[in-house]
Every structure is written in structure tokens, then in C-alpha cells.
Write a protein that binds this ligand. Structure first.
Ligand code: PLP
Length: 341
């Protein structure tokens, strides 16, 4: 199979339609068999549930080429489980896990020419999503849904090395107590748009959200979980019911314990403790780990000892090990790497 003629290292993170997308419809209480489509457009009724009441959930994962030339995805079973939890919370039907994995397989295989080669740093981003598609005027769940997976090639997250970023403590909340912060629903991201635009205007790269109930504990950013390293080399990450259970974060905790022999703990983290940490990073599918050098709390700065030039040493080790596992350079735990055949 011949790859598309693209300068993989120079593309950014934006939508570029590929040849195929996966589509399955839910009607009369069941999912149809699903198909691959060449049509990137969706025609919807003006009163569709998604348009009126934002009934939509999504996922994000990547397909990439390993060192030995295989096309793989990373732990797609966890994306399947998470979108099922998201759907259940919004009263949507669950797209079965084995069908989700099969759909990932089909759509990546069909778009193999768009999967960037090993070493380019680029990947094929997969966006599974589901939405209420029939007309709904009273506030209630839709009866019909569409599940789709679109794919788009994305460039290397860090061009020319991972430079630490500066974030601010947000005065806006991203989630409500007992709300939907722990699922991947479009409505959470709509909530965060004003906060991120404002952060950028003020010269910050990201927002640190605190828990919406007491504003004393660290939650996450608009698109990544936090990971901290204590001065004695322990990895700690916030535990909260209102943050998204990041697949990268769960994988990093395992890597810290099982590959690097570090102590690692998921627990409530008070913002007051943050000034005493040695390293800070944001973890998620997009960057794996993005180092944080500085946090601005209403003018008061917390500067991590790791500085503004490079990742701290522990976060660097975590990053190298997890990316090594993903790229096939380090042996993966059973079931983490899903080969597209
Ligand atoms: C709000 C939020 N938190 C965390 C993450 C990181 O999750 P994952 O590691 O599964 O990509 C994401 C990205 O999906 C996100 O949108």
C-alpha cells in the first residue's frame, strides 16, 4: 500500500478528511451492521437531539506505525469502555465494546495510506463519536443515534522538543459537583471554550481547574489530567469524581510502578501542596506528557525546580518509557498494543 504524499512532519493538529469513515445507526432499539463511507458530511433534521440538547459523546485515540512497520492502536478497549460509560450517563445506547474495536480496525485498515510512517512523529488521530439524530423537541433522550469514527492525520505534538508550558489557575469551572466531568461529552468542552480563549488572551497555555465544590483541590485542564512528582521521587495524580479517567494517566501509573519501580499514587491533591512538588506534567493522548514549568495563581507564581527549558527527569523517564511501549521499542504489557491486521 502506497502512503499519501504528505510532508508528515509539517502537518499540525487540524482536520484533514481521509478516504473513509465508519458509520452505524441505532434505530428501533438496535444498531445496524455498520459500514465504511466516503462521505464526510452528515445531513440531520433541524430538530435533532444533538442540535437541541447536545446529546453527544466522543473519544480520541491514535493509530501509528511501530518500529517494525506494524500499524497499531493503543488500548482501544479502554476507549470502548469509556464511551460506553459516557453514553450511559447521557441516556444514550451503548455501542458494544467488540463492535467498537472492530470499527477501529476497519476504519484504520481502510485508511492505511493515511497512517504516517514510523519516525515521522505524526499519527492518524481517530475520533469515535455518537449523537442523538432524530427530532426531539421536549427535553428527553433521542430514540435514534449515529455512531461514527472519523480519522485525520495529525503532526508531531512537539516540534523541536517539548518545552514546558505556563498555566493559570482558572476562575471558571469545567465541571459541576456530581455532574458530567468524568465522561467525555461535548457539553464539557463547550463549557471550557470561554476559559481557554480567555487564558490564551492573558498569555497562558492552559487552565488548571480546581474542584468545583471547594476550589481547594487540583482537578485537570480542559484536555488532560495532571501528573506530579514529589521531591522524593514519588508520582502522584489527582483522584476526583469530576475528572476524565485519562487512559494515558492510568498507563503512566502502571509504567511508573511496574517499569520504573517508582511509588505512584492516585489521591486527592490540595492546591496548597503543589508548590512543594518537583515536577508537573499534563497527560493525554495528544502529547502523552506535556511538561508544566510554571503555574500562575492570580499573580502568584509557582515555578517548578525542573524549570522552563526541559522536562523534569522523572517525567522524561515516564514519557520515554510509555512512548517506547507505544512505538514497539519496549515490550508492552499484555493487551496494550492492538495490531491492525
Ligand atoms: C478533559 C480531558 N482530560 C483528560 C484527557 C486525557 O485522556 P486520555 O489520556 O484518555 O487521552 C482528555 C483527552 O482525552 C480530556 O479531554
Amino acid at each position: 500500500m502506497e502512503k499519501k504524499n504528505i510532508d508528515w512532519s509539517s502537518i499540525g493538529f487540524s482536520y484533514m478528511p481521509t478516504d473513509y469513515r465508519y458509520v452505524s445507526n441505532f434505530k428501533d432499539g438496535k444498531w445496524d451492521e455498520g459500514t465504511l463511507s466516503t462521505d464526510p458530511n452528515i445531513v440531520l433534521n433541524e430538530c435533532a437531539g444533538v442540535l437541541q440538547y447536545s446529546q453527544s459523546v466522543f473519544e480520541g485515540l491514535k493509530a501509528y506505525t511501530t518500529e517494525d512497520g506494524r500499524i497499531v492502536t493503543f488500548r482501544p478497549d479502554l476507549n470502548a469502555e469509556r464511551i460506553a460509560a459516557s453514553a450511559a450517563r447521557l441516556e444514550m445506547p451503548v455501542f458494544p465494546k467488540e463492535r467498537f474495536i472492530d470499527a477501529v480496525n476497519q476504519v484504520v485498515k481502510a485508511n492505511a495510506a493515511w497512517v504516517p510512517p514510523y519516525g515521522s512523529g505524526a499519527t492518524l488521530y481517530l475520533r469515535p463519536y455518537m449523537f442523538g439524530s432524530n427530532a426531539v423537541i421536549g427535553v428527553k433522550p433521542a430514540d435514534e443515534y449515529q455512531f461514527r469514527i472519523l480519522t485525520t492525520p495529525v503532526g508531531p505534538y512537539f516540534k523541536g522538543g517539548a518545552k514546558p508550558i505556563t498555566i493559570r489557575v482558572s476562575d471558571f469551572d469545567r465541571a459541576a459537583p456530581c455532574g458530567t466531568g468524568n465522561i467525555k461529552a461535548g457539553l464539557n468542552y463547550a463549557m471550557s471554550l470561554h476559559a481557554i480563549v480567555d487564558a490564551h488572551k492573558q498569555g497562558f497555555d492552559e487552565n488548571m481547574y480546581l474542584d468545583p465544590k471547594t476550589r481547594t483541590k487540583v482537578e485537570e485542564t480542559g484536555g488532560a489530567n495532571f501528573i506530579f512528582v514529589t521531591k522524593d521521587g514519588k508520582v502522584v495524580t489527582p483522584k476526583s469524581d469530576s475528572i476524565l479517567p485519562s487512559i494515558t494517566r492510568r498507563s503512566l501509573i502502571y509504567v511508573a510502578k511496574e517499569y520504573l519501580g517508582l511509588e505512584a499514587e492516585e489521591r486527592e491533591i490540595y492546591f496548597d501542596e503543589v508548590k512543594d512538588f518537583a515536577e508537573c506534567g499534563l497527560c493525554g493522548t495528544a502529547a502523552v506528557i506535556s511538561p508544566v514549568g510554571k503555574i500562575n495563581d492570580h499573580g502568584k507564581e509557582i515555578c517548578f525546580p525542573s524549570g522552563m527549558e526541559k522536562m523534569g527527569p522523572v517525567i522524561q523517564k515516564l514519557y520515554d518509557t510509555l512512548t517506547g511501549i507505544q512505538m514497539g521499542r519496549i515490550e508492552a504489557p499484555e493487551g496494550w498494543i492492538h495490531v491492525i491486521e
